[in-house]
Write a protein that binds this ligand. Structure first.
Ligand SMILES: *Cc1c(COP(=O)(O)O)cnc(C)c1O
Length: 464
């Protein structure tokens, strides 16, 4: 006997109503959470009751009790870390993905998801100007997208050195020398650690955090053997991009594989006015990005792009008797990501791209950078505010004299709750970091951000 839609309809209606209420609260609510996980433990972390609860009541309970512990991350006034909001088409498509409940690893088993994700993949390669023959895999986030690219690199570099990684493992094989910019995201180190590649060699960076190609050249020349170079599109503190043309030329001369971590910066390539930032980036071998940041699809969604499809499918694929492999050519989704079973997380990407169109993607990314530039230039005019970086992309790092004042202003901004921004540490100083990542951030939100920082500084000075 089939359950049909009936048992679901009431719970789904509650979820839709409560989701709409949450979204409607975003323009006005205090951005930070009102309660801590500790406060909420009594509601969620008691003994599991013996008796069940109707589905609609479970959803209602969740919405009621969780609300005080939610941060308004999808709000246009949220400028913390690098956390995008979610586009309406992407959110709704994500609900459909859950209802469809397709195990998306095999092309044969779920042709619709495969076709949608392949379409999204082709659009992405085109938008970002990456080699059209590349494989595209949909991962949980950029950490795993980078891991995927690095795994393909490891396979290729060892195969070219005559070492059978799959048969013999890493031990006793040639050491892969890994080079990263001094200011890479630390999840690159994590990916290298997952892969057993050890600690990377950090290449010195310039004042904006960009890797210095001459230093890369010098360090590569100090040794020999297989080499892997990780470059970055989008520095967390400055938004800066590594100089791809020069760095990739150096890497090529030393026979290295080049991977680009472009978690939020890869998208600059879709904007004609920003494309100079990613000049030369397409000459790398693999790229990792997030769709849940700059593109604004719901968590969790990252994208791995690898040009050497043999290396990727060798690193990620598997061959068993019960899987029915794709015979037509583009390969199965499971060969391009670490997971076998997974949700159709590329569907919200397709929906986001389709709802925006090529021009809309460019306008969205340009809008984030314009908002950051506006926040940076307006705050630079406020007495006592230092803008520490060149605001070329979506990130602004601010300081207010000494570290103690910067920390006090950061705490005050968060406590006031009109906006939310992260405290961080960059180039030896505490900073207040503004990251513009939400499609819905508008000129009012920019004004609110400028006002929130200025008045927090005034309050700290008055108290000091
Ligand atoms: C966010 C980020 C990552 C990690 O991405 P997740 O989606 O959190 O896994 C890696 N690199 C950079 C530059 C990032 O901004």
């Amino acid at each position: 006997m089939s359950a049909g839609g009936e048992p679901y309809s009431e719970a789904l209606s509650v979820a839709a109503r409560r989701a709409a209420e949450w979204l409607a609260s975003l323009p006005d609510r205090h951005v930070g959470p009102a309660q801590s996980a500790h406060d909420l433990a009594a509601d969620f972390n008691g003994p599991l009751p013996d008796r069940g609860m109707p589905a609609a009541a479970v959803v209602e309970y969740l919405a009621d009790k969780a609300e005080p512990g939610l941060m308004a991350m999808p709000s246009g006034r949220f400028f913390g870390w690098v956390i995008g909001g979610t586009l309406p088409a992407a959110l709704a498509a994500d609900w459909l993905v859950s209802a469809w409940d397709q195990n998306s690893g095999l092309r044969y088993a779920t042709p619709a998801i495969a076709a949608i994700e392949e379409g999204a993949g082709h659009w992405l390669l085109d938008l970002l100007g990456l080699p059209s023959e590349s494989d595209v895999g949909f991962t949980t986030g950029a950490t795993m997208a980078n891991f995927t690219g690095l795994a393909a690199a490891r396979w290729r570099l060892l195969a070219d050195a005559g070492w059978d990684l799959d048969g013999d493992g890493l031990a006793g094989g040639p050491r892969i020398r890994c080079f990263v910019g001094q200011e890479r995201h630390e999840t690159i180190d994590l990916g290298l650690r997952y892969l057993g590649l050890g600690l990377p060699i950090a290449v010195p960076a310039d004042a904006q955090g960009r890797l210095i190609p001459a230093e890369l050249d010098r360090l590569l020349a100090e040794g020999s053997g297989p080499a892997l170079v990780c470059l970055q599109a989008g520095n967390l503190h400055s938004g800066a991009f590594d100089p791809f043309d020069a760095a990739i030329e150096v890497a090529r001369r030393h026979g290295a594989w080049v991977h680009v971590d472009g978690a939020f910066g890869l998208w600059a390539a879709a904007v004609p006015e920003l494309a100079h930032l990613t000049q030369g980036m397409a000459l790398a071998d693999s790229w990792g990005t997030d769709a849940h940041k700059t593109l604004n699809v719901p968590y969790d969604c990252g994208i791995a792009v690898v040009k050497d499809t043999t290396a990727l499918r060798s690193a990620m694929g598997l061959h068993t008797s019960y899987l029915i492999p794709d015979a037509e050519g583009p390969g199965d989704p499971f060969e391009k990501v670490p997971e076998l079973s997974r949700r159709g997380r590329g569907v919200p990407v397709w929906a986001a791209l389709r709802s925006l169109g090529r021009d809309g993607v460019a306008a969205q990314v340009r809008g984030l950078a314009d908002a950051a530039a506006s926040i940076g230039s307006r705050l630079a005019d406020v007495d006592g505010v230092e803008v520490l970086n060149d605001v070329d992309y979506t990130q602004v790092s601010l300081a207010f004299g000494d570290d103690a004042t910067t920390r006090a202003v950061t705490a005050r901004v968060i406590e006031d709750g009109k906006v939310w921004m992260s405290g961080s540490h960059w180039r030896g100083r505490d900073v207040l970091r503004v990251s513009v990542s939400n499609w819905s951030t508008n000129t009012d939100d920019v004004g609110t951000a400028v006002e929130a920082v200025s008045s927090a500084l005034a309050a700290v000075r008055a108290a000091g």
